[in-house]
Design a protein around this ligand. Structure first.
Ligand code: ADP
Length: 469
């Protein structure tokens, strides 16, 4: 595979140093990503800054460019999906959906009218308008778990609102973003979208640039808190989409056969490497055995393999570090008396494979319950008192997603309303409406991404008062 280059000022740039990227399913070398030097980070920000004023002036061009981006993504959808599968691990059937989502997101912004000014007063004496203005250069920093869609949910609205962008993908999955950048080079004018690669230091240097006025970040709580601190020094705006420890509450009236499949995927999609995956299940004692049995049965017939194998339902974990974290959490739970009903050991084959694992006999106080595992291990905790289950679900520093499972949707909604989470579901988990403002409570984030609220984050308001006399 070729080396993947940086996109700076409308040109692809090689670098002095490269980062090797390996397939997590086979540990085979996949390719190399150009590592941005400190000078290249500055060049990218300078190019974005220089391109911004004329980009902001031409809303029709912005929409047209977004349409062109959607078309290019569709034209190269197979190559993009295959590369995400190769470097991230998720089976092709799912990465194909991710790439379709990327095209749909660009289409959405191609169709969206740039919002008109809001008129507060207009009479013989005075006109008062609220005008939206772009912030300038936006830094978009993304994680490795769903690399393309998480990037495009940031850059498509940021660009549509008249900002220019410097994006930096995770050092674990840079290739697919750099491939996308090489395609989008032909959709946007030079300097409007720049993509650099590198690890945390490159991200840190990027957000320190004075011309960066907004940081949009998806990643860990630790890095999010650090960025919040750094942004304060220069009062940069920021949007943070951080981790979660989503609870699922299975009420006493739930129908286990009807919910088991959706609950399984809510927890194990992408091998659990999703911010808003189910990470703890609280189930009414009367359904504990049947639910556990149904999930064990589903886990044991899961096809696990290389994501390019069309039969695979789950691939490997994306990084060795993530595999080690999952192993450590399961070992710790075992030491504290947990019962592991299925899975519980990495698969004896090359690659970072860990099977879907179901654990009981754990409670608050055990790391597997208190912390975000971000992997295919699910603790199942029985309850008898719903009030107590709600209290346990809410007793977390995280507040991203939560779900309630019941045969009575109205009852489910009433319980969901009491959960401390930015996203709440009844009888499902993971579904995101395209207009939804995704945001986390507590440590799970700051601000919203997506929908009209998310779009607003990429503009500032100016109130223009004109006296007509
Ligand atoms: P993970 O531990 O799952 O990789 P991170 O929050 O470290 O999650 O990474 C998410 C993104 O943030 C990646 O693109 C990473 O390179 C970037 N990053 C990590 N540290 C910093 C930092 N100090 N400043 C800016 N970006 C960072």
């Amino acid at each position: 595979m070729p080396a993947y280059e940086l996109l700076i000022d409308g040109q692809l740039h090689p670098a002095e140093h490269y980062l090797d990227v390996y397939d997590p399913a086979s540990e085979a070398w996949l390719g190399r990503a150009a590592l941005a030097s400190p000078e290249q980070v500055e060049q990218a920000v300078a190019a974005a800054h220089a391109a911004q004023a004329s980009w902001a002036e031409d809303p029709a061009l912005r929409r047209h460019s977004s349409a062109r981006a959607a078309a290019l993504v569709r034209e190269h959808a197979e190559a993009l999906a295959e590369l995400v599968t190769r470097e991230q691990g998720r089976p092709l059937r799912f990465t194909t959906q991710e790439v379709a989502g990327v095209a749909a997101t660009f289409d959405h912004y191609a169709a969206l009218e740039v919002p008109a000014a809001e008129v507060l007063q207009e009479d013989a004496e005075r006109v008062v308008r609220v005008v939206r203005k772009p912030l300038g250069v936006v830094a978009a920093i993304t994680p490795w778990n769903v690399p393309l869609i998480l990037l495009v949910l940031k850059i498509a609205p940021a660009l549509h609102a008249g900002n220019t962008v410097v994006a930096k993908p995770s050092e674990h999955t840079p290739l697919s973003t750099l491939l996308l950048a090489s395609l989008l080079k032909d959709a946007f004018p030079a300097g409007v979208l720049n993509v650099i690669a590198g690890a945390g230091e490159v991200g840190e240097q990027l957000v320190r640039q004075p011309q960066v006025r907004h940081i949009t970040f998806t990643g860990s709580v630790a890095t999010g808190k650090r960025l919040y601190g750094q942004a304060a020094a220069d009062l940069k705006r920021l949007t943070l989409e951080l981790g979660g420890n989503d609870p699922a509450l299975v009420l006493d009236d739930a129908q286990v056969p009807a919910i088991a499949e959706a609950l399984f995927w809510g927890a194990f999609w992408n091998s659990g490497q999703v911010c808003f995956a189910i990470k703890r299940v609280y189930v009414h004692q009367s359904l504990f055995e049947p639910l556990l049995q149904a999930l064990v049965e589903r886990a044991e017939r899961t096809e696990i393999g290389h994501g390019l194998n069309p039969n695979s339902e789950l691939g490997p974990l994306t990084t060795a570090a993530q595999l080690q974290r999952v192993e450590a959490l399961v070992e710790d739970a075992r030491r504290q008396g947990a019962e592991v009903h299925t899975g519980g050991r990495r698969l004896a084959r090359p690659g970072f494979f860990y099977p879907p694992t179901l654990v009981s006999g754990v409670n608050a106080g055990v790391a597997l319950v208190d912390e975000e595992q971000f992997g295919p291990v699910l603790p199942i905790i029985p309850f008898t008192d719903l009030e107590d289950a709600i209290a346990q679900a809410n007793a977390s520093p995280y507040g991203l997603g939560a779900s309630v499972w019941t045969s009575d949707p109205a009852r489910g909604e009433a319980v969901a309303a009491r959960l401390a989470s930015g996203l709440a579901w009844v009888n499902q988990h993971l579904h995101i409406h395209p207009g939804a403002p995704k945001g986390g409570q507590k440590w799970s984030g700051l601000g919203y991404e997506g929908g009209a609220r998310g779009y607003d984050a990429f503009s500032e308001l100016q109130v223009v008062n004109t006296l007509r006399r």
